[in-house]
Design a protein around this ligand. Sequence first.
Ligand code: HEM
Length: 446
Amino acid sequence: MPGSTTHPALPAALPVLGHLPWLRWRPLEFLERQRTAGAVAPFLLRGHPAYLVNDPDLVWSLLTELSGQVGRGTTGDKTRALTGNGLGSSDGEFHRRQRRLVQPVFHHEQVASYVPLLRQAAEAQAARWRDGGTVDLVRQMLVVATTGVLTSLFGVRSPEGMADDVSAALPTCLDIASRIALAPVKLVTKLPTPARRRYTAALGRLHAIADALGAHQPERPAGAGTDLLGRLRDAQAQGVPGLDDRQIHDEIMTMLVAGVETTATTVCWVLHLLGLNPDSEALVRQEVEDVLRGRPVEADDLPELERLRRVVSEALRLFPPVWLVRRRATAPLSLGGRDIPVGASVYYSPYALHRDPRWYPDPERFDPDRWLPERRGALPRGAYCPFGAGVHRCVGEAFGVTEVMTILASLLPHWRVVPASSRAVRPKAVVTLRPERMPVVVRRRP
Ligand code: HEM
């Protein structure tokens, strides 16, 4: 069972499919079992050699000094239909150039300027809640996170309809894209099944929204270049090579795919964990109230919310939205004493690394104080990697953390979120690690 700390070794690979059925149907259990199979644990996917790197130092090496010997081979295969050649699926010199282009939009000072928009996104959604009403928290937070991205990165001033559309289409696309990537029989994924039709329709909707965003004129002073769209358009006008309308479309899709579910699910997991740990919830709420004293959260408040930050770090440890990352060896590679052939898939799993009892005593326990400075300093590099590392480290990390903190600091003083059902909430490992379902009752605080 995912979550327990002792795991029997994996059974032998099946003929033809290898360990694919495990990765498709019981991925979290698969990863935890593979973690006990050595620093670099081999397995087979449709006859193709694959490795799971379980040693944090080796994960770090893979992502940093060895990054020239691996390509994305990516999660990208499953997201390429969504994000084309955007930052999240490209490699090499092209990737470096795109990254340099978008990076300033995600610098700390720039991200701090988005806080009022992120707060408004949370407040607008909560304004629709009725005291004692039941809501689907995942869907609600998807709308908030989409609104945050649309207003801050794309300069959309009336995001309501578009946010609803994106948050409805995105999970369908991501779920079915993962199923297609891990389907045991490829042909089946081409058949016009109801799932395939839902996927095609949802994907079409997302592409249409990205086109509309690409064509939309943000309300900003000419040449200001502060939001992502402005920056891309300015660069296009200056003749930056390769930055045609198609590439701008791909970068918009990338930000919707990479920047919405990740933050939305993190907020859900934090609220879920706080609900299970009322003492921690009371302390965090008290901290937010002491810092804000009844006023809306601002960027300068966020560093003061140290306890809340530790809770977010702990939620990202237990439920890292990006739970599995793949690279493909583009040159022969030696890792942890194993020779890895060109073309092999090399994976690391934040989920498995973050639950390794060697680095996290009592790993299943929610313990935000693990992130007190004196305790976190003892971790090896690579043992905590919710945002990855190296050249592909999450470009949206500061934005994501700021968004999550801002949403929580806006909701916690005014609302209590209580599970609406006694059914355990289980993580569903699709493109992100999403709560399978999370109906909650929202209660207004006096
Ligand atoms: C809690 C929130 C988030 C988490 C846990 C997260 C996690 C990650 C991880 C692990 C990677 C590295 C993948 C790899 O090595 O292949 C990544 C890359 C990326 N993330 Fe995030 N992310 C978050 C939020 C965001 C946000 C808010 C945005 C944008 C608005 C974003 C945009 C990206 C992009 C564009 C990449 C590709 C970077 C590159 O290859 O240069 N992410 N993210």
